[in-house]
Design a protein around this ligand. Structure first.
Ligand SMILES: [Zn+2]
Length: 375
C-alpha cells in the first residue's frame, strides 16, 4: 500500500502546474496549454525508468508516451489527459492544490490529474524498489481532450504504427471508480439555407431563408421524436437543434440562415451514414438549397459489460460497471486490439465547476486498482 500523503502531494504538484485548454484560457488561466505539464511529465517518466516519446499534436502541445517493459506478453495502457477546462468561472483558488477535509482541491484535481498523480506515485515507488511491472506498461499523457479531441485518434494511430498488441486499455476520467463500458458518441452539423434577399416591402421578390429553415427545423424535431423509439443499451439517440443565426435587418428578406445541430449517436450508428441520412432529410424538407458541413464527430463507445476486463475491474474496485452520460477519448479506440474501459476516481459532478476536488479515499482506491493491474 502507498501512503495517501504521497498520492495527495503528487496531485497537488500537478494541480499547481496550470494546463488549461487554450480554447478555454482566460486571464486567470496562467500560461495556456499543456506544454509545461508535458515537459514535467516527460521528465518524471524518464526519471522513473520509462522510455519516453513525445508526439506533437499541435505545435508545442505533445502527447507524452512512457513505456516500462514488463515480465509478460500483456500490454496495459492508460490514456490520461493533461488539459483541464477553464478557471474563469471558479470561486476557489484554481491552482492551489491544497489538501483539506480529506480532499485535494483545484482545477484538474478530479478531471483528471488524480489518475496521473496516482500513476506517477506508483511508477516512482516501482522504480525506487527496482520492481518491474508484470504487463508491459504504456502511459499516454494526452492533450486537448476538453476541446477538439484530436489527440486520441493520433494516439490510436501511433499504437497501430508501433504494432503494440494492447491487451487492456484504460481511459482515465472521473467515473467514481466504476468501470464504464459505454457512452454515446456525437455528430455536429452546420446547415446553411441559401435564399435571396429583397426589400421586405416586396417579399415576393426574395426567397426567405429563415422561413425555409423553419420547415427544416420542424422536420428535424420530428426526426428527434422518431429517434425516441430506436432501442439501444445506451438510451435512444437524440437530435437537438442547438444554434440558429440569420437575417441582416428588420426590413430585409433574409438570404441566409444557419442552423447547428447536435446528434447523439448510439452503438452501431456511424457518423458518415448518419450525416448522409440527415443531409437527405434536410434537402427533402427545405424548399431552398441547403449545404451541410460537419463540425465534428465522435463514435459511441461500447464494450460488453460482462467481459473479463470489465468484471475484473468491478471486482477490484468493489463497484459495479456503468455507462456514462458524457463522452471520452474511448470514442477513438474502438478499432484497437484489447479491451477498453473508462475508469477513474471521483465524480464528474465535481469536475468543471466553481470548486473542484477529489477525495483522498478515491485516490487510495485507484492506487490499489492500478497496483493490482500492474502486478
Ligand atoms: Zn476529463
Amino acid at each position: 500500500m502507498i501512503d495517501p500523503n504521497i498520492l495527495a502531494s503528487w496531485l497537488s504538484r500537478l494541480v499547481q502546474i496550470p494546463s488549461v485548454n487554450p480554447s478555454q484560457a482566460g486571464p486567470k488561466a496562467g500560461p495556456p496549454g499543456e506544454a509545461r505539464l508535458a515537459e514535467a511529465v516527460a521528465g518524471w517518466f524518464e526519471a522513473f525508468g520509462g522510455q519516453v516519446q513525445t508526439h506533437e499534436v499541435y505545435p508545442g502541445r505533445p502527447n507524452v508516451y512512457g513505456i516500462w517493459r514488463g515480465q509478460s506478453e500483456r500490454w496495459a495502457a492508460l490514456d490520461v489527459h493533461m488539459d483541464t477546462v477553464g478557471v474563469e468561472q471558479m470561486t476557489d483558488e484554481p491552482f492551489s492544490g491544497r489538501v483539506a477535509d480529506g480532499r485535494v482541491y483545484g482545477r484538474g484535481a478530479v478531471d483528471t490529474k488524480a489518475s496521473l498523480a496516482v500513476a506517477l506515485a506508483l511508477l516512482e515507488q516501482m522504480h525506487r524498489d527496482r520492481r518491474q511491472p508484470v504487463p508491459n506498461l504504456l502511459i499516454a499523457a494526452t492533450v486537448d481532450e476538453e476541446n477538439a479531441a484530436r489527440a486520441a485518434p493520433m494516439f490510436a494511430r501511433w499504437l497501430r504504427e508501433q504494432a503494440i498488441p494492447l491487451t487492456e486499455l484504460m481511459v482515465a476520467e472521473p467515473t467514481g471508480c466504476r468501470p464504464v463500458f459505454g457512452h454515446k458518441g456525437g455528430l455536429r452539423l452546420k446547415i446553411t439555407v441559401r435564399g435571396q434577399t429583397s426589400h421586405s416591402s416586396v417579399p415576393e421578390q426574395g426567397k426567405n431563408a429563415i422561413v425555409a429553415a423553419a420547415r427544416l427545423i420542424a422536420a428535424l424535431d420530428a426526426e428527434n421524436e422518431r429517434l425516441r423509439a430506436v432501442p439501444s443499451p445506451l438510451g435512444h439517440p437524440t437530435l437537438t437543434v442547438s444554434l440558429i443565426h440569420g437575417g441582416v435587418g428588420a426590413n430585409v428578406v433574409p438570404d441566409r440562415c444557419e442552423i447547428t445541430l447536435d446528434r447523439r449517436l448510439v452503438v452501431g450508428e456511424g457518423g458518415d451514414a448518419t450525416q448522409a441520412q440527415l443531409t437527405a432529410l434536410v434537402a427533402a424538407s427545405c424548399p431552398l438549397p441547403v449545404e451541410v458541413e460537419r463540425l465534428g464527430g465522435l463514435s459511441a463507445f461500447w464494450q460488453p459489460p460482462d467481459s473479463p476486463w470489465i468484471r475484473q475491474l468491478a471486482d477490484w474496485a468493489g463497484r459495479p460497471p456503468a455507462t456514462a452520460p458524457y463522452g471520452t477519448n474511448a470514442w477513438a479506440y474502438g478499432d484497437l486490439p484489447g479491451a477498453c474501459v473508462v475508469f477513474g476516481p471521483g465524480s464528474i459532478e465535481q469536475a468543471h465547476g466553481p470548486v473542484e476536488w477529489v477525495e483522498l479515499a478515491e485516490l487510495e482506491k485507484l492506487a490499489d486498482v492500478y497496483a493490482r493491474w500492474w502486478s
